[in-house]
Design a protein around this ligand. Structure first.
Ligand code: SF4
Length: 213
């Protein structure tokens, strides 16, 4: 199905849509109090949340993959993305937690390889409870995840992530395109396997994202 009203956005424009929405939603007001670092256990190498599914829009995926291509070997990147997608495909939330499959963009030191281009919900995940609670919930190195672990999080970054994706949805709507929300690992796998999937999507074929997995 072809919608003649759809403007053919290119990948640079999709990256610009994502980065603009992220910069706007996560801007720190000049008069906002500095976060209390003593109550935030999130630090470099603390990566439990990178084992969770990440909800993304198409511009965020294109943005993430463009950044990843500049820092990772393309063959290694493709293998990591394919493996992560294959290991999590079809798993529901709890089975995915138990599978403990890291995001393919996480490096061996537990750092995000595309930190400045990471999607909205990657910026939202935070904890004000102990780092141990995160590790217990994800079950890193401890067998199955511990369902009794309780994570206390600041809701504000989640509101910002929601706002960023809403802004992206509206930008795409103005261009005449639908805005499917996708799983980061699977959407990366689609783009790696078929780089022009987003062109089929802009032509009205939203199912291209699913069919290409
Ligand atoms: S994109 Fe970066 S921050 Fe987001 S899950 Fe992957 S490694 Fe973690």
């Amino acid at each position: 199905m072809t919608d003649t009203k759809v403007r053919q956005l290119n990948d640079a424009e999709l990256v610009a849509i994502a980065s603009s929405a992220l910069a706007t939603a996560f801007v720190q007001p000049a008069d906002a109090p500095m976060p209390d670092s003593e109550v935030l256990p999130c630090t470099l190498g603390c990566s439990s949340c990178c084992y969770l599914p990440v909800n993304v829009t198409v511009p965020e995926v294109v943005h993430a993959l463009s950044a990843a291509r500049t820092v990772l070997d393309i063959v290694v990147l493709g293998e990591r993305i394919s493996a992560a997608s294959a290991q999590t495909r079809g798993l529901d939330g709890s089975d995915r937690l138990r599978a403990r499959v890291a995001c393919p963009l996480l490096d061996n030191q537990g750092a995000c390889t595309i930190y400045n281009a990471r999607p909205a919900y990657c910026r939202a995940y935070n904890a004000r409870s102990s780092r141990d609670a995160c590790d217990r919930l994800i079950g890193l190195g401890r067998g199955l995840a511990d369902p009794t672990a309780v994570i206390v999080a600041d809701p504000a970054p989640f509101d910002a992530a929601f706002a960023a994706q809403l802004c992206i949805d509206r930008d795409l709507e103005h261009a005449g395109a639908q805005s499917p929300h996708l799983d980061l690992s699977h959407a990366l796998a689609v783009l790696i396997a078929k780089p022009l999937t987003y062109i089929e999507w802009l032509q009205g074929d939203v199912d291209a994202w699913v069919r290409s997995r």
